[in-house]
Design a protein around this ligand. Structure first.
Ligand code: 5RP
Length: 226
């Protein structure tokens, strides 16, 4: 099976998580586009959707789904989105499609994050995929130097302005062995809008497309603090 077919498989499988009458969170990317295609065929009546990008909003409207402002929503039962990498605890790298900030905002509103991906995205350690970071342009130099000091090789993504008007740096060469600690640290750097480590907003469930079908992984909830 091609990667595209594996994406279509999990896009279709994710429709089972959609509940009529509820608000749905919808992410961004080629796998999510397959999910939206499958959703169109189901014709579920949703209360509306909160979307993580202008592109997804346009696709949702095109199939007759009302797109809601995140500020008008207090909670979203289910958020369906892809990932660039996911580890065995549900931590992810996201932002390959430059939508990471809105994705994290929607994930923060969501009770469950259903990650849909082809099997190539499952990794032991995050970081082979360059880490996307949304940065305010004035801080590009300083943020890049901080990544170099950490052992990474930052590259500014040319020709891309995010939906929020910012720049993306892709950081190569990081081995993200402690996603939560690294996410927390990078979040402190002035000028960083969002880092593409989804550690605090990890997946609850992953649907992985494999040649033998959809493999479902359920991640344990984080232990309550002592
Ligand atoms: C967009 C994302 C996507 O979820 C991620 O890049 C995966 O994309 P695709 O489904 O096209 O492989 O984080 O910002």
């Amino acid at each position: 099976m091609t990667q595209d077919e594996l994406k279509a498989l999990v896009g279709q499988a994710a429709v089972e998580f959609v509940v009529s009458g509820q608000i749905l969170g919808v992410g961004t990317g080629s796998t999510v586009n397959k999910f939206i295609d499958a959703l169109a065929a189901r014709r579920d009546h949703l209360a509306g959707a909160v979307s993580s990008s202008e592109e997804t909003s346009a696709r949702l409207r095109a199939i007759g789904i009302r797109v809601l402002d995140a500020n008008d929503v207090q909670s979203i039962p289910v958020y369906i989105d892809g990932a660039d990498e996911i580890d065995h605890s549900g931590h992810m790298i996201k932002g390959g499609g430059a939508a990471l900030t809105r994705e994290k905002i929607v994930a923060d509103l969501a009770e469950r994050f259903i990650c849909i991906a082809d099997e190539s995205k499952l990794v032991d350690v995050l970081g082979a995929y360059p880490l996307p970071v949304e940065v305010i342009p004035m801080a590009l130099g300083q943020v890049s130097r901080r990544f170099e000091a950490m052992g990474g090789k930052p590259k500014t993504r040319r020709g891309i302005v995010t939906d929020n008007g910012h720049t993306i740096i892709d950081v190569h060469g990081l081995a993200i062995t402690e996603p939560l600690a690294m996410e927390d640290e990078i979040n402190q750097w002035p000028g960083v809008v969002t880092v593409g480590i989804f550690g605090r907003h990890r997946a609850s469930v992953c649907l992985l497309g494999t040649p033998s079908g959809v493999r479902r992984i359920d991640f344990l909830p984080a232990a309550a603090p002592a």
